[in-house]
Design a protein around this ligand. Structure first.
Ligand code: PLP
Length: 422
């Protein structure tokens, strides 16, 4: 690899990078621009993005429809505060999301990142009980393998061991952690936990169908049915965090549709703006919202981020929804699923591999122990692909528009590289 550009070296002492040791290790790759499904590096090489920039760039980069929507909005009104003011983009977007989401998920609260959307969902759940005059329900039941963000409250509901937040144990409240009810025995255990702790629990929180950042762990729709049943039985709310799964990734627009199950609150972000601008939301159903339908100011949801419902981000999200409404994303996801199955299958026999799994546009090669993330990322890049493993999994979550040849290149490079040892 060639030396990086001057700005990278000049700025490096001043930039604090995420989830990374500050000394040693390879410098980040300098990206000059993006094009379709490719990252064009400063040195001129183009890498196929196998993970869609942390699962956001579902339509590929620089999609002209989204770009022109952002440009038009920037010329008209880049931002206004949302307290006391309204703008068309946010109102149109909320109505569209409510219509796209199943059932009674109709009440959209905007924020600017996934973690904050989960925080808001948690706040909604706690205040739902308070507004109804029920006290003592402030805990959350979440699951091993789960990831819900890296702010303080959301860390408390991540998997404490597999996740990256074990350092901060004791700083945030101890929640109730359980195994997903994968079978009847697990359901009975969860039932017992809820019988015991239920009256203190505000909501159950789960990523439906795929637990993403916690290790790309899959479960089936039966799990979601069991969770809905238990939530109803013990009268606790159910929150689906669809920040990873939302917008087609698992084969349906939202993962909840596969199970025909509706949560009381759902969180969305990642692919919401087609990977262009930060935006997120927590969407509540009629039951939750009804507890806030009051003229009493103390019953208002006490939240309001500065850049809430940013007009540029809303314009991007509306343009992204246009593409979902007019494009054949379902065909694309089915096509990608086939390509991933075919292309990743050879990895099954590699040493150290414990599982190869594919669901929708997510393909995973799971290892018994942690992989060399930096070394592998470097080798993938040398071969023209941007693939960044997480702990024990090497995975692909490509843009939904990736063509078959590029997908075959990704899976080929992945299999070839892993085949040479890690
Ligand atoms: C990424 C992610 C989050 C956190 O979103 P940020 O925008 O990184 O704060 C929360 N939940 C899930 C399921 C995610 O994948």
């Amino acid at each position: 690899m060639t030396d990086g550009p001057v700005w990278l070296e000049d700025g490096a002492p001043f930039v604090w990078r995420p989830y990374q040791a500050m000394l040693g290790g390879a410098p980040p790759l300098a990206v000059a621009r993006t094009e379709g499904v490719r990252l064009v590096l400063d040195d001129g090489r183009a890498l196929i993005d196998g993970i869609a920039s942390w699962w956001t760039a579902c339509h590929g980069y620089n999609h002209p429809h989204i770009v022109s929507a952002i440009q038009a909005q920037a010329a008209r009104m880049p931002h206004v505060m949302f307290g006391g003011l309204a703008h068309e983009g946010a109102y149109r977007l909320a109505a569209r999301l409510a219509r796209m989401l199943p059932g009674e998920l109709n009440h959209v609260f905007f924020a600017d990142s996934g973690s904050v959307a989960v925080e808001i969902a948690m706040k909604m759940a706690v205040q739902y009980w308070l507004n109804r005059g029920v006290s003592g329900r402030s805990l959350f039941l979440s699951f091993r393998g789960g990831y819900h963000g890296d702010t303080l409250a959301t860390m408390s509901v991540c998997d404490p061991d597999e996740g990256m937040h074990w350092l901060f144990r004791g700083v945030f409240p101890d929640q109730v952690l359980a195994d997903l009810p994968l079978n009847d025995a697990n359901e009975a255990m969860l039932d017992a936990i809820l019988t015991d702790r239920g009256p203190r629990i505000a909501a159950i929180l789960v990523e439906p169908l795929i637990q993403g950042a916690g290790g790309m762990i899959f479960h089936d729709a039966g799990v979601l049915k069991r969770l809905r049943r238990l939530a109803d039985k013990h009268d606790v709310l159910l929150i689906f965090d669809e920040i990873f799964t939302g917008f087609g990734r698992t084969g349906t627009l939202f993962a909840m549709e596969t199970a025909g199950i509706e949560p009381d609150i759902v969180t969305l972000s990642k692919a919401l703006t087609g990977g262009t601008l930060p935006l997120s939301c927590a969407v509540a159903n009629e039951r939750v919202f009804s507890a806030f339908l009051s003229a009493d100011p103390s019953k208002a949801l006490m939240h309001g981020p500065t850049f809430m419902a940013n007009p540029l981000a809303c314009a991007a999200a509306n343009a992204s929804l246009d593409l979902f409404e007019t494009g054949d994303w379902q065909g694309d996801v089915a096509r990608i699923e086939r390509g991933l199955r075919l292309g990743l299958e050879p990895c099954r026999t590699l040493s150290g591999v414990v599982d190869v799994r594919v669901r929708g546009a997510t393909g995973v090669v799971a290892f018994e122990t942690s992989v060399d993330v930096q070394g592998l990322t470097h080798q993938f890049a040398v071969r023209g692909c941007w693939i960044r493993p997480m702990r024990k999994v090497v995975y692909l979550t490509p843009p939904l528009v990736i063509v078959d040849e590029d997908l075959a290149l990704l899976t080929g490079v992945l299999a070839q590289t892993l085949g040479q040892g890690r």
